[in-house]
Design a protein around this ligand. Structure first.
Ligand SMILES: *[C@@H]1O[C@H](CO)[C@@H](O)[C@H](O)[C@H]1NC(C)=O
Ligand SMILES: *[C@@H]1O[C@H](CO)[C@@H](O)[C@H](O)[C@H]1NC(C)=O
Ligand SMILES: *[C@@H]1O[C@H](CO)[C@@H](O)[C@H](O)[C@H]1NC(C)=O
Length: 382
C-alpha cells in the first residue's frame, strides 16, 4: 500500500511536471535518515506566489513553529537545520506533527512543529524532476499521518499577509475546496547548497540529456544523501515505525450530543465558546487571557474554573489538554463565535478527564464568571 502510494505519487508528480520533463531518476533508494541540515523549497509552478519559495518557520508560542510560505512581508524565517529522522522532520527538540485547527469545510488539519507528543507526519525522500530545469532533485514525499496511516497529502491555503499556511488532507478526502488545499512539493535543499537554490526558471536546454541528469543525481547522492544498500527499487519506500499514540485525539465536535463543553454553571461560570489564541488571530502575539497560568497534565475544566476563581479572575480558559489561562477580559477581536462550527477547534480532551474538552491547539475553551444574582447560562450555539 505504501509502496504503491509512493509510486503513484511519483507518477502524479511526473504527470504534473512540464511536458519537457524527461530527467532520468536514479534507481537507488534514499535513506529515511537525513542527518545533515537542510531547508525545504516549496514548488508548485501553477502558483507563482509560493513556487520556489522556502518553507518558513514562525514562532507560535511554547516552542512551537508554524509553517508558512510566501507573504508580503514574508511570514517566518527559513531554516536550514532541519533533519529527517526515520521519516520524521525535526529541528532540535521539535518535530513535525499533524493536529489542530481542523477545517470542516476542506476537511484539512494543520501541520506544524512542536516538542509535544502528537500525531507525527511521516515523509520519505525520493528523487523527482525539477519542474524548472528538469534536473534531478530530492523531495520529501508525504507518507502519512501517524494515526491515519499511509496516504493523504500536504497542501497550503491562504493565510495572513498574503502568506500561505500548511495543511494535511487525509486520504480519500472528497471535501473539494481546491483554493483551501493547494498541493505542494517539498524539495530538500542541503544547507551548503542554499545559495544555488531556487534555480531560476527553465534551464537553457530543457531537453537535458540522460547523461547530464544522471551525473547531477550522482553528485547529489554522493555529497549529501546516504543511500540504502538493501534495495535497488526505483520507488523508494519508507520504513514507518509507528510510535505509540499518546497525543490528543482529533475528533469532530460538530454534532456530538451534548455540546462539547463542560457545564460549570453550578460553579458560577458559563461556557462562552472557543476563543482563538494569537496564532489563530491576526492581531499580534499577545495572549487572549493575560492573567495567571496553571499547567497540569490532569487538567479538567472544573479545575481551571476553580483555579481562576480562586485567583479572583472572571475568565477561565483551558487549552491543549493541560493548560489553564485566566484573565479579566478577552483580547478585543478574539471573542468566541456562537456557531456550532466554531466549537470544532476546541476538540482536545482534557488531560484529567477525557470526557471533557480542554481547548485545542492554540484555542481556548472559554468560561466566564456569571454576574452574582443573575441567571448563569451557557452560550447557545447554532
Ligand atoms: C536512522 O537513525 C536511527 C536513529 O536516529 C537509527 O536507529 C536507524 O538505524 C537509522 N536507520 C538507517 C537506515 O540508517
Ligand atoms: C474527511 O477526513 C476524514 C479523515 O480525517 C475522512 O475519514 C473523511 O472521509 C473525510 N471526509 C470527506 C467528506 O472527505
Ligand atoms: C468527567 O467528565 C464528565 C463530563 O463532564 C463527567 O460526567 C464525569 O463525572 C467526569 N469524571 C470524573 C471522574 O470526574
Amino acid at each position: 500500500m505504501q509502496h504503491s502510494f509512493t509510486h503513484s505519487f511519483i507518477s502524479a508528480l511526473l504527470a504534473c511536471a512540464a511536458v519537457t520533463t524527461a530527467c532520468v531518476l536514479p534507481t537507488d533508494t534514499l535513506s529515511n535518515n537525513i542527518t545533515s541540515g537542510f531547508g525545504i523549497l516549496i514548488q508548485n509552478p501553477e502558483y507563482p506566489a509560493i513556487h520556489d519559495q522556502y518553507l518558513m518557520l514562525e514562532a507560535a508560542g511554547g516552542g512551537d513553529m508554524h509553517w508558512f510560505v510566501g507573504g508580503q512581508p514574508p511570514v517566518g524565517v527559513s531554516a536550514f537545520n532541519l533533519v529527517l529522522s526515520e521519516g520524521v522532520l525535526e529541528q532540535g527538540d521539535i518535530h513535525a506533527v499533524i493536529d489542530g485547527e481542523y477545517d470542516p469545510v476542506a476537511n484539512t488539519t494543520k501541520i506544524f512543529m512542536t516538542e509535544r507528543t502528537d500525531y507525527l507526519a511521516y515523509f520519505t525522500p525520493v528523487y523527482a524532476c525539477d519542474p524548472d530545469n528538469d534536473e534531478v532533485q530530492v523531495i520529501l514525499a508525504f507518507v502519512g499521518r501517524e494515526d491515519f496511516g499511509d496516504g493523504g497529502l500536504i497542501c497550503v491555503r491562504p493565510s495572513y499577509d498574503n502568506s500561505y499556511e500548511f495543511r494535511y488532507s487525509p486520504p480519500g478526502n472528497t471535501a473539494v475546496d481546491p483554493g483551501q488545499c493547494i498541493p505542494v512539493t517539498m524539495v530538500v535543499v542541503p544547507a551548503a547548497e542554499q545559495s544555488t537554490y531556487p534555480t531560476s526558471g527553465a534551464s537553457p536546454s530543457t531537453t537535458s540529456s540522460a547523461a547530464q541528469s544522471t551525473a547531477s543525481a550522482t553528485t547529489t547522492t554522493g555529497t549529501t544523501f546516504a543511500t540504502s544498500t538493501t534495495s535497488s527499487s526505483s520507488t523508494a519506500t519508507a520504513t514507518l515505525q509507528h510510535k505509540p499514540v499518546v497525543g490528543p485525539y482529533l475528533t469532530s465536535a460538530i454534532g456530538t450530543t451534548p455540546l462539547p463543553y463542560t457545564d460549570e454553571t453550578a460553579n458560577g461560570f458559563a461556557f462562552v465558546g472557543c476563543a482563538p489564541e494569537a496564532s489563530n488571530a491576526d492581531d499580534g502575539p499577545a495572549r487572549t487571557l493575560t492573567g495567571s497560568l496553571l499547567a497540569d497534565d490532569a487538567m479538567t475544566d472544573g479545575e481551571c474554573v476553580a483555579f481562576c476563581a480562586s485567583e479572583g479572575y472572571t475568565y477561565a480558559g483551558t487549552e491543549y489538554t493541560r493548560e489553564c489561562w485566566c484573565g479579566n477580559s478577552v483580547a478585543p477581536g478574539r471573542e468566541p463565535q456562537t456557531t456550532l462550527a466554531s466549537l470544532d477547534n476546541c476538540n482536545y480532551p482534557c488531560g484529567g478527564n477525557a470526557s471533557q474538552f480542554c481547548g485545542g491547539n492554540s484555542w481556548l475553551s472559554l468560561y466566564q464568571a456569571c454576574t452574582p444574582g443573575a441567571a448563569c447560562v451557557n452560550a447557545v450555539f447554532t
